[in-house]
Ligand binder design. Structure first.
Ligand code: PEP
Length: 250
């Protein structure tokens, strides 16, 4: 069975003291045992966040990484640097990285390889733009993103991979895919994985939904058969809202 996962992507929000305060508030809450909770602070706050959650089930993850092991890449962070501060999971291919930092499928495929080689788990983000959906091209876009960025990995690697389906038109916009739209796409993704790797892989992989998830809509979305949790942006910055989402599984 796929793991239930709720991951908070804190993006370029929260300085060190704000990060510590948010974590303090989250740690006061009881987290259901069957839900894996992750938070992705900015790079500068990873180590403190890791230290602060050492005795707590919250996992600290990274928002991005560079594909090279080391070298003259000013401003970049490698997999081994992430590992050295306790990070075991990285988000790769977020639509903001694709859109604002020109991250292509080929580059993302390299990042996936670099993470897996360093034994870092990957949350691989995919999602169509509004005009793709309006043109009815959403399935083709998702299939291409999977084929070009992810389907080169070995079958064994899937143990370390999660998918986040995040329709770009729903990220930070207040627009959410309806639970039906989310289920349709999650089912499509699971079937695509099944065709490529077999049912044994597809029935175990966690597929998270992301795009304006909030306490008011999380329950309905998480109730869908192929939705195994969420990647949460805005609502993960408020402890109360994030905790309500973590508790939204039936
Ligand atoms: C995200 O950035 O991954 C995201 C889903 O953001 P939001 O929840 O704010 O739409």
């Amino acid at each position: 069975m796929p793991r239930k996962i709720v991951a908070g992507n804190w993006k370029m929000h929260n300085d060190l003291s704000e990060t510590e305060t948010l974590l303090k508030d989250l740690k006061k809450q009881v987290i259901p045992e069957d839900v894996t909770v992750m938070v992705a602070p900015s790079f500068t706050n990873l180590y403190k966040a890791f230290e602060s959650t050492r005795e707590h089930p919250i996992q600290v993850i990274a928002q991005n990484m560079h594909q090279s092991e080391k070298g003259a890449f000013t401003g970049e962070i490698s997999a081994s640097m992430l590992k050295s501060v306790g990070v075991k999971t990285v988000i790769i291919g977020h639509s903001e990285r694709r859109a604002y930092f020109n991250e292509t499928d080929d580059l993302l495929a390299e990042k996936v390889n670099a993470a897996l080689e360093s034994e870092i788990q990957v949350i691989f983000c995919i999602g169509e733009e509004l005009n793709d959906r309006e043109n009815g091209d959403q399935y083709e876009v998702i299939q291409n993103q999977l084929e070009n960025g992810l389907f080169h990995v070995s079958e064994d690697s899937w143990e370390h991979i999660m998918i986040a389906y995040e329709p770009v038109w729903a990220i930070g916009t207040g627009e959410t895919a309806s639970p039906k739209q989310a289920q349709e796409m999650h089912q499509f993704i699971r079937e695509a994985i099944s065709k490529q790797y077999g049912k044994g892989v597809s029935k175990e992989v966690s597929i998270l939904y992301g795009g304006s998830v909030k306490p008011a809509n999380a329950k309905e979305i998480f109730a869908k058969k192929d939705v195994d949790g969420g990647l949460i942006g805005g609502a993960s910055l408020k402890a109360d809202a994030f905790i309500a989402i973590i508790n939204a599984f039936e």
